[in-house]
Each structure stands twice: as C-alpha cells, then as structure tokens.
Design a protein around this ligand. Structure first.
Ligand SMILES: [Zn+2]
Length: 132
C-alpha cells in the first residue's frame, strides 16, 4: 500500500506510518482517498482514456477485427464481442446484430439444404444400388 496518497495534500504516504507526514491527516482518510483515486482510474479505462488497452481490448475496439470475427468465425456467437466493442455506435450495433442474425440464419438454411441434398443422394444411391 505504498501508492496511497494523502486526501488533504496529495502527498504520497505509507499507510503503515499512521498518518500523513506532510500535513498530519489520519491514515484512515488516506485510504479512502486512495480508493477514490483507484475508482477514477477505472472510470478512465472505461472511457478509453488513460491506461494502455489490453490485447483483448485492442481487438475488440478494432472495427475490422470485430466484423471479421462476426461474419467469418463466430456469427451470432460473436455478438457479445460486438456489444463489448467501442468501435461502433449503438445504432450501428443494433443494425449489425440484425444483419448477423439474418446472416447466421441464411448459413444455417444453406447447411440444412446441403445436408438434405446429401441425404437424398445417399437414399438414391441405396435405392439404385439394388436394395429395393
Ligand atoms: Zn497530507
């Protein structure tokens, strides 16, 4: 806990010292101040200001990475990533969500057609193979 700062004078202070050595403020107040500072930092991270982004964040916030994941890899499974991304506005996310659902339904339909065609081919092959 060496990163705590005095709530009154902002001097760095050791929480084990029992109080601020600069202005004499109590240790308890210093801990509260340090907690507030930590919360401010996470708020900065949420608004894309401050801390460097994690690799996950960099991918999620990259418009083309998200679109690639959505349409090439994950389809509807990628929707949580779309909504976690800050690269799109809310209306864009809604539109993309609808688009991805339609796209996925289309893919599922094509898969079903392919399976059904294969199934009939197999049935025909069995029939013409002299079983009937
Ligand atoms: Zn102080």
């Amino acid at each position: 806990m060496t990163d705590a700062v005095c709530f009154r004078c902002q001097a760095p202070m050791d929480t084990g010292a029992g109080g601020c050595h600069v202005c004499g403020a109590s240790e308890r107040s210093a801990i509260v101040a340090a907690t507030v500072v930590a919360e401010d930092t996470s708020a900065d991270a949420k608004s894309a200001v401050g801390r460097p982004a994690t690799p996950f964040r960099q991918v999620v916030d990259n418009r083309w990475c998200v679109l690639g994941l959505l349409f090439l890899v994950m389809a509807v499974l990628g929707l949580p990533i779309l909504w976690a991304s800050r690269a799109f506005s809310r209306p864009a996310k809604l539109a993309l969500t609808a688009l991805v659902i339609v796209y996925t339904a289309l893919l599922a339909w094509l898969c079903w057609l392919a399976v059904r065609a294969a199934y009939h081919q197999i049935l025909d092959a069995i029939r013409s193979g002299g079983l009937g």
